[in-house]
Design a protein around this ligand. Structure first.
Ligand code: NDP
Length: 325
């Protein structure tokens, strides 16, 4: 049997992890023959709750889950990790300003970056889910100087999946027939779901749908507002779909995307005039454990306007946490 893969997960007592951990333990990440060890991090006051989740994991008798570690020490959680899901982050409390939220999280991700730097395998694949995900990931990478920056990513896959389903329904095509969709920028209402290049079985999706007003005035805002719609309907934020997106992100990065486009938040080197250093959602193709940015795209005025908006927001976030970079 292969050596078990060590998967670190933060925020293990939280809602998203209540969906995520069971799918990792079943091994929806690496595939059916790969044993895994879960290394679970949460705050000291959440340790009992994590123990409860682990009892439930044990009661599933997952054949591939060979061990589980519970800790409140980041370096212990990240020790020799092959993959890490950073789900835990400080939620906004009543009366908290956005800037305070950003700096509270920046402190958490700075400490975790140092621990990642110290303890994880250099080839570990990292995805940040906890919000503000892009800026948290930027801080994590900045505080892990010996850890490859390209291995730190943030999740924008949920926005990608949301757009896929809405486009498939509008066009009357199967969701998995769609390729070349891109979601750019921040995982926030400024994200830009871009159908310019999208196809269904090689036909242009925008030509098939033929309704630019629907795209601009319905699809883009619906995807951006989807999280709020779920909170309104369910009385709680999205959890199973967020966990599913994190699984899809990591699964494709590890196993490849069969040449199809996905969207991942990755460190910008200045491609497409995205300011260098921002963690920014871009279209990628995954092959053999690596992602490649889709290159050579050109932008029209609408795309440039949408890109500028989400870039401006991420620059503001970066300014708010500049002292911790
Ligand atoms: P959830 O598990 O529901 O959410 C975790 C994070 O994921 C939040 O930041 C949330 O953002 C974010 N997120 C990203 N995308 C989505 C999406 N599409 N839908 C919903 N959420 C999304 O949070 P809980 O509060 O239940 O659990 C958090 C856990 O993290 C707690 O157990 C807490 O103790 C732990 N924690 C651990 C820390 C540490 O280890 N140092 C530090 C801080 C917290 P949003 O808030 O915007 O919904």
């Amino acid at each position: 049997t292969p050596t078990p893969k060590r998967i670190a997960v933060t925020g293990a007592a939280g809602q998203i992890c209540y969906a995520l951990l069971f799918r990792i333990a079943k091994n929806d990440v690496y595939g059916p023959d790969q044993p895994v060890i879960l290394q679970l991090l949460d705050l000291p006051q959440a340790q009992d709750a994590v123990r409860g989740v682990v009892m439930e994991l044990e009661d599933c008798a997952f054949p591939l889950l060979v061990d589980t570690i519970i800790t409140d020490d980041p370096a212990t959680a990240f020790r020799d990790a092959d993959a890490a899901f950073f789900v835990g982050s400080r939620p906004r409390s009543k009366g908290m300003e956005r800037r305070d939220l950003l700096s509270a999280n920046a402190e958490i991700f700075r400490a975790q970056g140092r621990a990642l730097n110290e303890a994880a395998k250099r080839e570990a694949k990292v995805v940040v889910v906890g919000n503000p995900a892009n800026t948290n990931a930027m801080i994590l990478a900045a505080n892990a100087p010996d850890f490859p920056t390209e291995n730190v990513t943030s999740m924008i896959r949920l926005d990608h999946n949301r757009a896929l389903t809405q486009l498939a329904a509008k066009a009357g095509v199967a969701v998995d027939s769609i390729d070349r969709l891109a979601v750019w920028g921040n995982h926030s209402p400024t994200m830009f779901a871009d159908w310019t290049n999208a196809t269904s079985q090689d036909d242009s999706l925008s030509d098939m749908i033929g309704d630019d007003a629907w795209y601009r005035e319905t699809l883009i805002p619906n995807v951006a507002r989807r999280g709020i719609s779920i909170i309104e309907a369910r009385g709680a934020s999205s959890t199973a779909s967020a966990a599913n997106a994190a699984i899809g992100h990591m699964h494709d990065w590890i196993n490849g995307s069969d040449g199809k486009w996905g969207s991942m938040g990755v460190h910008s080197n200045g491609e497409y005039d995205i300011p260098a250093g921002l963690m920014f959602g871009v279209p990628v193709i995954c092959t053999d454990g690596r992602y490649e940015r889709v290159e050579g795209l050109t932008f029209n005025d609408f795309q440039r306007e949408m890109m500028a908006r989400t870039i401006a927001e991420l620059q503001e976030e970066r300014e708010a946490v500049a002292a911790l970079l």
